[in-house]
Design a protein around this ligand. Structure first.
Ligand code: ADP
Ligand code: MG
Length: 339
């Protein structure tokens, strides 16, 4: 349960390699499955005595990832999200309770972060294509910005309908859906009777139990050094999500255009390189890592301190690393408090 225990005692070892500790033991063994689902690397690792069961449980997790993608991908014309984006500005659209609840959750994080996390970023966001190096012109951003505001999503909890209060509103759950998928993956492993395992989807991971009596060593990638690790965290029974400006981006005239958009400006956030959030579930850490990225180190850490069970490692655009107080050794914590 307690990652802070490890974090406080064994602290933040600056690392060279992403190494996930291995401890082979008799009888049971680690079983690992890796697949790409819609451009995202999915990893499922379980500790099990029975390899048949391990494979079956891991495949069930993978199947769940595909199911969620079919509901929530904005790129699939038949997804509920695509339906909302086509129709909800014209009339109320009914969606399944799962999607309804996740949108509610997204909007809770929007309120919590004063709109830094906002799924209507997509009203402009869909005009960026990082692979093809396409970005909207300044006039287009100015014109579409009025459709970026989560208050424009009108939700009716009685019949699970949604309506957008104006033309041009689009939503995208890219900042929360992977975390949600990881949480569901962990639920499946638990139901399967697995006691120790790991589910990762892109930058979102959740650890069930530990790595055979030891914590998992989770590496936070260095945002500017290829294959470099900025921080290593020993973690167990917790979730960790990382948002970075180095995954999907292109550079034009010295400006980095990447996939985390400031809802106030409609442009990629320039003040942060990377944010990792540690917390009890991956839905929360996924959304918060995006929110913190937009807020910037100072405001993000203030919010992290207010939230129970949440810690963060933030690398700002000067390359400086900031830690929330739960990750600091006591001496550093006292120094920070004295400031
Ligand atoms: P990933 O794991 O895909 O790197 P992140 O957790 O870093 O995702 O979130 C980035 C994704 O969140 C973007 O690809 C986009 O879909 C979505 N997003 C971008 N800006 C915002 C924002 N301000 N609020 C909510 N979601 C956002
Ligand atoms: Mg995120």
């Amino acid at each position: 349960m307690n990652f802070k225990f490890f974090a406080a005692r064994r602290l933040l070892v600056p690392g060279v390699l992403i190494t996930l500790l291995f401890s082979p033991a008799a009888m049971a063994e680690w079983f690992k499955l890796e697949r790409d689902v819609m451009g995202t690397r999915i990893t499922v690792e379980v500790w099990a005595a029975d390899s048949g069961k391990a494979r079956q449980c891991s495949m069930a997790v993978l199947k769940e990832m595909h199911r969620i993608d079919a509901v929530m991908s904005p790129f699939r014309e038949d997804s509920e999200i695509a339906l909302l984006n086509r129709e909800a500005a014209k009339h109320p659209v009914k969606v399944g309770s799962e999607l309804f609840r996740l949108i509610q959750r997204a909007n809770e994080v929007a309120r919590l972060s004063a709109g830094a996390f906002d799924i209507t970023f997509a009203s402009i966001g869909y005009k960026y294509d990082f692979r093809r190096k396409i970005k909207p012109a300044a006039e287009e951003i100015a014109q579409r910005l009025a459709a970026v505001d989560y208050h424009l999503i009108k939700m009716n909890a009685a019949n699970h309908t949604l309506q957008f209060a104006r033309e041009g509103v689009r939503i995208d759950l890219g900042g929360i859906a992977k975390g949600y998928a990881v949480d569901n993956g962990i639920k499946i492993l638990k139901k399967c009777g697995i006691k120790n395992g790991l589910v990762t989807a892109g930058g979102d991971s959740r650890i069930l139990g530990d790595r055979h009596g030891r914590p998992w060593m989770m590496g936070i990638r260095h945002p500017r050094q290829k294959n470099g690790v900025a921080v290593l965290l020993p973690l167990s029974d917790t979730a960790i999500s990382t948002s970075g400006d180095y995954e999907r981006y292109f550079i034009e005239k010295g400006v980095r255009y990447h996939h985390i958009i400031n809802p106030q400006t409609g442009r990629p956030v320039a003040t942060t390189w990377s944010v990792s959030v540690i917390g009890p579930d991956a839905t929360t850490t996924d959304a918060l890592s995006t929110a913190f990225f937009v807020l910037g180190a100072k405001k993000a850490l203030q919010l992290a301190e207010r939230l129970k069970g949440i810690d963060a490692v933030i690398i700002d655009a000067r390359g400086q690393t900031h830690y929330s107080s739960g990750l600091m050794p006591p001496a550093a914590r006292n120094r920070a408090a004295a400031h």
